[in-house]
Design a protein around this ligand. Structure first.
Ligand code: M6R
Length: 614
């Protein structure tokens, strides 16, 4: 999920490029870079690592060096292939240094192409997959192709979802770009034209926006924009209607941040999983910083977190114990630090915190470190206090979350924690490598399945609107359905301000069922796991006591459907991955009910996004 911006034209400037990059920083902040062509036919490149710092540096350089700018490429990187170093920062050049490329996505067959290109004498200066594009283009140009044809020919040889923009110093004002299953737009302003990965990067600078379709090539010059397919057949430019101001653009056209973030979940999960499997089919967690030898010695794990992060941790407990057989204890952060936990150097304490700044979790982690345990934090914020202090870090790649109610960071947290559980199983050999690869391939299918769940938005909205006036909600589930029930209840409480409780379904009879009557609505987590029958029996118990029933069930499961007053359908997946899908209808339900009640879903009363007090 890198960010791309490129510009050309009389009014184009390095400053615009850097400003656009600052707006794209959420797409990746490992490094940033620009390459510009100048009137004298040369190409300059500036690259720097470390997110915000690199952008500041680029901004300073932009002020000094913007004279003679003809066209430029800008990129903000989230590393997939190759560590976070200046050499791996984009733009990448060919052997001549006169052709630059910025790229977003993954070239899946880059190893094979790199071997071939190195075999024919190309010299690589980075470990990235991107650099193969520059050298491939170089070969086609050497054979006499124009850049547009070289881009088309290269794209037909590249496998994977990606977009890229190329600039050749020999034709210093011409940008050529292409895409496949990755975002790319073209913008036209007064004496300036742009290519960018996202509209907000060029909003206010361009006034007309055009779509680029998959496997199409767009040529953008000061004189105009032309589009063709990979065979060179001209295509019609289709305008995108954009009526956003910057603030609305930040919301991506959604009513509020919460709905935008709910709908960003396919990307949040996909990006969190991106680049985590190597050619050999093994999980790689580069930024983890914990040595596999150390991980093999771990004999106990604690997971700590607050609120939604705690619920993600609870899902991880089931997965880690099942896949690694390491005992896992789960604690609310504010309880952990005062309960005198028993830890030593063979204990791993995992702190789950979207912000990486929650005081209770931070204090729990420092208590763990003081007691000699190894610490690992799962955070969405690069360089957050906890990420810096912990022995190891695993980042979710959900992008910034503005809505107070966590949604996309939650599903990304579950994805990251499950990855970590699989990684542990891999290094400890507690799971067959084929099984690791099989579960990972099920994980890779999750974004598409989330997308499918999101298509039920309108029907979930109808159900939610019909629930205005209901005074009490209960959520029940078993196994990993239990944390989903807790999260469903928390979402509803946070933004609708209505009493909502989550329970393990088997616990109902031990007390809570006394509250069930015709005024109650009960959500049952009834996807087909081996505990489905038991959950359904519990659902029956509340149904006969008059409660209205809403079930989260698998698509086409008529037996479950027969028991619910409403059904929220989700696709089937591996049982331990199910929470990633099952929680989404509950987020949508909470959202629509809160909107129907007239509440401010982005800024619910009494809450703060990050709680930095005890
Ligand atoms: O930033 P953190 O993940 O550490 O935050 C933990 C909780 O404060 C947070 O999950 C809170 O429960 C959310 N508002 C839930 O939507």
């Amino acid at each position: 999920m890198c960010g791309i911006i490129a510009s050309t034209g009389e009014a184009a400037s390095l400053n615009d490029l850097v400003e656009g990059l600052a707006r794209l920083e959420y797409r990746g902040y490992d490094s940033a870079g620009v390459a510009v062509t100048r009137e004298d036919g040369t190409m300059d490149r500036i690259r720097a690592v470390d997110g915000t710092a690199s952008l500041k540096l680029l901004a300073e350089l932009a002020n000094d060096k913007s004279d003679g700018y003809i066209a430029g490429l800008g990129h903000t990187r989230w590393a997939t292939h190759g560590r976070v170093t200046t050499d791996n920062a984009h733009p990448h050049f060919d052997c001549t240094g006169g052709l630059g490329v910025v790229h977003n996505g993954i070239v899946e067959n880059f190893r094979e192409l790199k071997n071939e290109l190195e075999g024919s004498g190309h010299v690589f200066s980075s470990q990235t997959d991107t650099e193969v594009i520059a050298h491939l283009l170089e070969d086609y140009l050497k054979d006499g192709a124009i850049l547009k044809d070289a881009v088309a020919a290269s794209m037909s040889r590249l496998r994977g979802a990606m977009s890229f923009v190329a600039l050749d110093a020999n034709y210093p004002s011409v940008l050529v770009a292409t895409k496949r299953m990755a975002p790319l737009v073209v913008g036209s302003g007064s004496h300036v034209n742009f290519v960018a990965s996202d509209i907000p990067a060029i909003l206010g600078k361009a006034d007309t926006f055009y779509q680029v379709g998959d496997d199409q090539v767009v040529v953008v010059s000061p004189d105009g924009i032309s589009l063709s397919d990979l065979f060179g057949n001209p295509m019609e430019l289709a305008e995108i209607e954009v009526q956003w101001d910057l603030e609305a653009a930040a919301r991506g056209g959604f009513r509020d941040f919460m709905s935008k973030e709910i709908f960003e979940q396919p990307a949040a999960v996909r990006d969190t999983l991106l680049g985590r499997l190597n050619q050999e089919g093994e999980i790689v967690l580069d930024e983890m910083r914990l040595d596999p030898d150390e991980l093999r010695k771990i004999n106990k794990i604690f997971i700590v977190g607050c609120g939604t992060s705690y619920h993600a941790g609870m899902v991880a407990k089931y997965a880690i114990e099942h896949w690694t057989r390491i005992p896992v204890e789960l604690d609310i952060s504010s309880e952990f630090r005062y309960r005198d936990p028993v830890l030593d150097k063979e204990t791993l304490v995992i702190g789950v915190s979207q912000s990486g700044e929650t005081l209770d979790t931070m204090a729990a982690m420092s208590e763990a470190a003081k007691l000699g345990a190894k610490t690992l934090v799962v955070s969405n914020v690069m360089g957050s206090s906890m990420a810096r202090a912990a022995d190891a870090v695993l980042y979710t790649r959900a992008g910034p979350e503005i809505g107070v109610a966590a949604t996309k960071t939650h599903t990304a947290q579950i994805a990251a924690l499950l990855l970590m559980a699989l990684y542990l199983a891999q290094v400890r050999h507690s799971l067959d490598p084929h099984e690791v690869a099989r579960v990972f391939s099920d994980m890779v299918m999750l974004p598409e399945k989330i997308q499918k769940v999101l298509t039920s938005d309108a029907s979930i909205e109808e159900v939610a609107q019909a629930m205005v006036g209901v005074k009490r909600f209960y959520f029940i589930g078993r196994h990993v359905g239990y944390p989903v029930a807790l999260e469903g209840a928390l979402k509803l409480k946070e933004i609708s301000y209505l009493p909502a409780e989550g329970y393990p379904a088997g616990e109902l009879k031990h007390g809570p069922i006394a509250m069930i009557d015709a005024d109650a609505v009960v959500f049952g987590m009834a996807t087909r796991t081996r505990l489905w029958e038991k959950t359904i029996s519990n659902v029956e118990e509340v149904r006969v006591r008059g409660a209205q029933i809403i079930l989260v069930a698998n698509e086409g499961d008529s037996e479950s459907a027969a028991l619910g007053d409403a059904i929220f359908e989700v696709p089937e997946t591996h049982p331990l991955l199910a929470p990633v899908l099952d929680v989404i209808p509950l987020q949508l339900f909470a959202y629509h009910l809160a909107v129907s009640l007239g509440n401010d879903v982005d800024r619910p009363r009494n809450l703060a996004k990050t709680v930095t007090v005890e």
